[in-house]
Design a binder for this molecule. Structure first.
Ligand code: EPZ
Length: 416
């Protein structure tokens, strides 16, 4: 398996540019199925997950031209309504094609997305929304089939503000007959980005970014040219990288509002954080102070940055309590951090981290993309060398991760 070999002890210094958001790109690529024109999407990061989503669309009959960060997606000839099992198995987000297929073709057949390292990750809220819009849902042989000659607007309450369910329902409702109201909707910036893209395609969506989103269905959607927002999770990861190595880094292409929870927590930990027009400046001259963290749906502290922040807290002065409220099993990185000398105790969804003055490099394994990133950050601060295995997890969500870190002075090599 490919490994990253991380030499510790080097403070990161310099400027790094953040890529376009993975979690915006994936739903916006899926949304291209809603128009029969050519959609141009810019600032798309070069990631494994983006490749898989493009493969799904091509399997459905779309044609896609890639030119660096720009995708030209032609969904004129969508001939299929079934997303291939082997692709959906690779990436849960493939399920985001169900809403657009239902709206565009009146039917969709997608294999049940498996769970993954961070939990079972059901899709009941997606299906609740599609049923409310009039779709008939059938389960069989590991597949879910949904059909609806014509979707009709409805009022839908989400038991949990699920990001994926909000996105899937939003895309389906855009072409439904009449009004749809999504209550207790997810408020993440990626929802706003998707809604902005859909509105540019002719949809009538109001309230994205709040917990109540209203959609007035339209007959058809036209093609669009849309640039995705910067990746707030990659930005937060590099902010923690600057803090954990006691470095001095300017992180470009960041929307300050999107990283407020991370900036606030790092400031609380005694890290210097200054939000500027073009990005954010992060500097640390000493070990961080311990802070407590509770992950919540946006605008709370993002679950995707729980692992990187835990890596930082293993070196803090004091004890921090970290509560993961979004996923039921997102502490897979704890055992790996303990191999590096971290002192962490888990009770259910709560981790108690006793900060220590140093970590020691060790062979560790990435278990999901954010856990993998956290282990690299820990390796950057540890004494000695850390070998991070299963790097494919990291490549799913971070574009040129070690290249960007090395441009800031890190010493990371990739080895098979
Ligand atoms: C999105 O996943 C992101 N992925 C995740 O990022 C992120 O961690 C998550 O939102 C939360 O912010 C993409 O956008 C591609 P959810 P998603 O539906 O949509 C439960 C990363 O690292 N739930 O908001 O799958 C679910 O079990 C990835 O980039 C239901 O119960 O997340 C979980 O406990 C990891 N029923 C909680 O909601 C449903 O029908 C949050 O899930 C759907 C979800």
């Amino acid at each position: 398996m490919t490994k990253l070999i991380v030499k510790g002890g080097v403070p990161l210094k310099g400027t790094v540019k953040i890529s376009g958001a993975k979690n915006s790109s994936l739903p916006i690529i899926a949304a291209s199925l809603l128009s029969d024109g050519i959609n141009i999407i810019e600032d798309v990061p070069d990631l494994e997950d983006v490749k898989v989503m493009c493969d799904v669309l091509e399997a459905l009959g779309a044609s896609i031209e890639k030119d660096k960060g720009t995708l030209k997606i032609n969904s004129k000839n969508i001939s299929e309504h079934e997303a291939p099992y082997d692709l959906v198995r690779k990436m849960r987000a493939s399920f985001l094609v169900m809403g657009p297929l239902l709206a565009r073709r009146g039917k969709a057949k997608i294999s049940m997305p498996g769970g993954c390292a961070i939990g079972t990750r059901p899709i009941d809220l997606h299906l609740k929304g599609f049923s409310a819009l009039g779709a008939e849902i059938i389960f069989g042989h590991g597949y879910i089939e949904a059909s609806a000659p014509k979707l009709k607007g409805a009022k839908i309450y989400l038991d949990f503000p699920s990001v994926g369910a909000t996105e899937n329902i939003l895309m389906a409702a855009s072409l439904a007959e009449g009004k749809t109201v999504i209550e207790n909707a997810a408020e993440e910036p990626e929802i706003v980005d998707l809604a902005n893209c859909l509105n540019a395609m002719g949809a009538k969506i109001r309230g994205a970014g709040t917990d109540i989103i209203k959609v007035e269905g339209v007959k058809e959607l036209r093609n669009v040219c849309h640039s995705v927002i910067p990746d707030r999770i990659e930005a937060g990861t590099f902010m923690v990288a600057a803090a954990i190595t006691q470095g001095d880094v300017f992180i470009e292409n960041v929307l300050p509002d999107h990283i407020k929870p991370v900036s606030a927590k790092l400031k609380e930990a005694g890290v210097f954080v200054r939000e500027e027009q073009k990005g954010v400046h992060v500097r640390a001259d000493d070990r961080p102070k311990s802070v407590d963290i509770k992950t919540l749906p946006y605008p709370g502290f993002p679950t995707d940055l729980q692992a990187p922040m835990m890596a930082l807290m293993t070196l803090a002065e004091g004890t921090s309590v970290i509560i993961e409220t979004v996923f039921e099993n997102r502490f897979m990185h704890v055992d790996e951090l303990k191999r590096m000398g971290a002192n962490i105790k888990i009770q259910g969804r709560t981790a108690v981290v006793e900060g220590k003055p140093y970590l020691s490099g060790a062979p560790v394994k990435a278990t999901d993309l954010r856990a993998g990133a956290a282990l690299v950050l820990a390796g950057l601060a540890a004494e000695g060398i850390t070998y991070v295995d299963n790097v494919y997890h990291i490549d799913r969500g971070y574009e040129r991760f070690e290249e960007k870190l090395n441009s800031l002075g890190a010493d990371i090599t990739r080895a098979d």
